[in-house]
Structures are given as C-alpha cells and as structure tokens.
Design a protein around this ligand. Structure first.
Ligand SMILES: [Fe+2]
Length: 325
C-alpha cells in the first residue's frame, strides 16, 4: 500500500466503513473490546505485546522538539514534509508542525492538511461550523458559553469525542493556531498507547477492566428540548477491528461521569490519574504559536488556562475525524 493518501488505498483501508444512506453520515465499524488472538492488545498474547512494546518504546521521542516538523505551507506539503509528519504519527501518534502561514485565518489550512494525511471524514459535532471545522475562541454568548473549550479556563485531560456513540468515535484530530493567547494555552500530550503500556505493565487487570464495554458512562445531556444526547456507555480502550489500532475514550472530569463500580476499574482509573499528574517524560508540552498546529490519532491531551482578550484573542481551528492516520 502506498504512503500517499490515494483513493485506492483509502478505499482498501475503509472497506468496512459505512456511509449511512439515511443520514448521509459516515460511520465506522464498532470497535472491538476483544482483540484478535494475534493482536498485541490481546491479554492472552504476551509475546505479541512484548514485541510491540519494545518497538513502540524504542521509537518514542525523548524531547518535544523531536515531534516538530517544519513545513512551508500545510495546504501543499512537499513529499518530505508529508512523510515526516506521518513518520511521527506512526511512532507516537502525534506530530507538531511549524509553518510559514503565520496568522493567516484561511480555514483551508487545516482542511487541506487533513486531506493530504488521509483524513477525509470530518465529525460535524454540535458546535462545529458549517464546514465541519470548529473555530475555538472565547465565547461571546450563546450555547458556547456552557463549554470549557470556548473559555480561557484549563481543560482537563481527555480524548476528543469521548461522549460520541460507539460507531462515531474520533480517531484523529487536528488543531491549527491562528493566534496564540498572550500567555498560557499550553497543550500537554500523552500518546494513549504509552498510557496503555504503563497500565498493562503495572497490572494487566487494569487494561482488562478498561476494555469492559461498561467501564465508563457519560450520562445523557438534557437541554430545553429534552434529551439532546443519550447516555453513552463504553470501554476506555478498544481495538479497531480492521486496522488493529488501539483507540482510547477518556475524560478526567469528575462530574457527569459514571465509572463502573468495581475495584479493578476504580484502581485503573486512579492509576491513570496519577500517571497524567506525574512528570513522566512521555508527556510533552507544546505552546502553539501562529501558524503552528498539532495533528494526532486522538492522543490524550489537555490545555492550560490562558490570558488575553479583545482583537488579539486566542484563535485555533479544530478538526475531528473518523479516520485514523
Ligand atoms: Fe480536545
């Protein structure tokens, strides 16, 4: 299979992904919580896990600079730029790009970049703009006032779309910075595969508990019209049945979440919280400047609070995808 995002390869990769004729929406196969016997994520296959683990850890960067790729124009990557981004995503599920676009507000920047990386199916979430790309800035009013991403408050650890239905999980995400905050607004990033390794190495029962289909429930969301989004129950870790890649669904929030009440799940959750609060060298911190961005396979991330107001307020574009790089 070629490394470029050509249509033939995309069709092969996505043969079991469905375009729902009724809704016109793209849906992916339900992730499996029982990995195939030869999967490194099968708890019955220690040999496959150890081989994958060794390869994974040996390819992990040790400095955040190792994640950074300089590109001239994200709308039109050179082959070397394209390969450098995908190489980082293959190794550690995330790349940071630094472009010459500066504060250019062209939304084609994230959109065209995503397309070149094989990210074609945008999640048109509740507050996304009509083009599926969300402008993240301070909310001046309306529904956005209720959501932390549109405020300057810190945003706790999570993966995107953890409240989505099982068949509409977010597999990749892109953030492009048009204007940074005056101060703050720093993202921390942790590859979810590294979190999996830490958990499994500590106690295999942790990952077993987090792969249960009822490990984590996000209660329904009610608005003035009734149930705006039904409750979503599912695993934290699951495996894409087609690509075999690991997917993580997580939020560190403590309200409006119900964890399975058994000792293994609660211990796993506690371990994960300690890991995310630790100074492990696997957590990278990035402050996006104008023209910079993050593209990732929906790794764990957070954002610090920030300061700034008026015309110079922080503006980022966010795109969420059902595709995996
Ligand atoms: Fe996020």
């Amino acid at each position: 299979m070629c490394r470029r995002a050509c249509a033939i390869c995309w069709t092969r990769r996505n043969s079991n992904r469905l375009l729902n004729e009724a809704s016109g929406r793209f849906e992916v196969s339900s992730p499996a919580t029982t990995p195939a016997p030869d999967s490194p994520f099968s708890l019955d296959n220690a040999a496959a896990y150890l081989a994958w683990r060794e390869q994974k850890l040996s390819g992990c960067p040790s400095r955040v600079e190792d994640l950074v790729v300089d590109v001239h124009d994200p709308r039109c990557l050179t082959e070397a730029e394209h390969d450098a981004i995908l190489q980082r995503c293959r190794n550690t599920n995330v790349a940071v790009y630094r472009s010459d676009c500066g504060a250019d507000p062209d939304k084609a920047i994230p959109k065209q970049l995503g397309l070149q990386l094989g990210l074609t199916h945008l999640d048109r979430n509740l507050l996304a703009d009509d083009d599926g790309i969300t402008a993240l800035s301070l909310a001046a009013g309306g529904a956005r006032l209720d959501y932390i991403p549109y405020s300057n408050r810190p945003l706790n650890w999570h993966t995107d779309g953890y409240y989505n239905v099982t068949r509409r999980q977010i597999r990749a995400m892109l953030l492009h910075c048009v204007r940074p905050a005056m101060s703050g607004g720093i993202n921390a990033l942790l590859d979810h595969e590294i979190a999996y390794i830490m958990l499994r190495d500590a106690d295999t029962r942790y990952v077993q508990a987090l792969m249960e289909t009822d490990a984590m429930t996000i209660p329904e969301r009610i608005d003035e019209h009734g149930v705006a989004r039904p409750a979503q129950t599912g695993p934290v870790f699951s495996v894409d049945p087609e690509s075999g890649t690991l997917h993580m669904r997580y939020t560190a929030r403590t309200r409006s979440i119900v964890w399975k009440q058994n000792p293994e799940t609660l211990a796993a959750r506690e371990f994960l919280e300690r890991l995310l609060a630790s100074d492990t060298p696997y957590i990278f911190h990035v402050r996006l400047e104008a023209g910079m961005g993050i593209v990732c396979n929906n790794v764990l991330h957070n954002r610090s609070g920030f300061a700034g107001s008026g015309d110079d307020e922080r503006l980022l574009y966010r795109a969420r995808y059902y595709d995996h790089m």
